[in-house]
Design a protein around this ligand. Sequence first.
Ligand SMILES: [Zn+2]
Length: 160
Amino acid sequence: MADDRDPRFVPIKVQDGFAVIPDRWKVDFRVSAGELSRFYIELKENARLMGTRCPNCGSVYCWPRSWCKDCYVDCEWVEMSGKGKLTLCSRVEISLSDIQKEVPFFQGGVHLDGARYPVVVMLRPVEFEDLHVGMPVHAEFLPSEERTGRIRDFYFIPDE
Ligand SMILES: [Zn+2]
């Protein structure tokens, strides 16, 4: 059960010999996604997971990059299939965000089909014991009325 007290006034806990220090960060800010705006717009408006591809070497980036890190040329948008394989998984016991209040939750690395690098994403609804590296997974999206154009608009679940 979550502790609703102001963490700045909660005593530290000692866990496995380490001091766990409750604290609070509250920083409201806005940031422009610039040339990568399409990623967030497609996510919110169309429940699409977009990546970018280098027209020179063919590398596909998701999370998208506006330019290829090897060729230094502008990338073009491509739609990702949303399918991939789990490369790592972790059970997170402490949330550092007001948005993710429920703990534990599960995160994993997913190597999307065709992508150059894996991405870290939310995994749900799953039991940690049921996850294993290499298992096929796919993206699911929140219903349109719940999507806000952020990466928490989607999560990955194991294929049946
Ligand atoms: Zn390239």
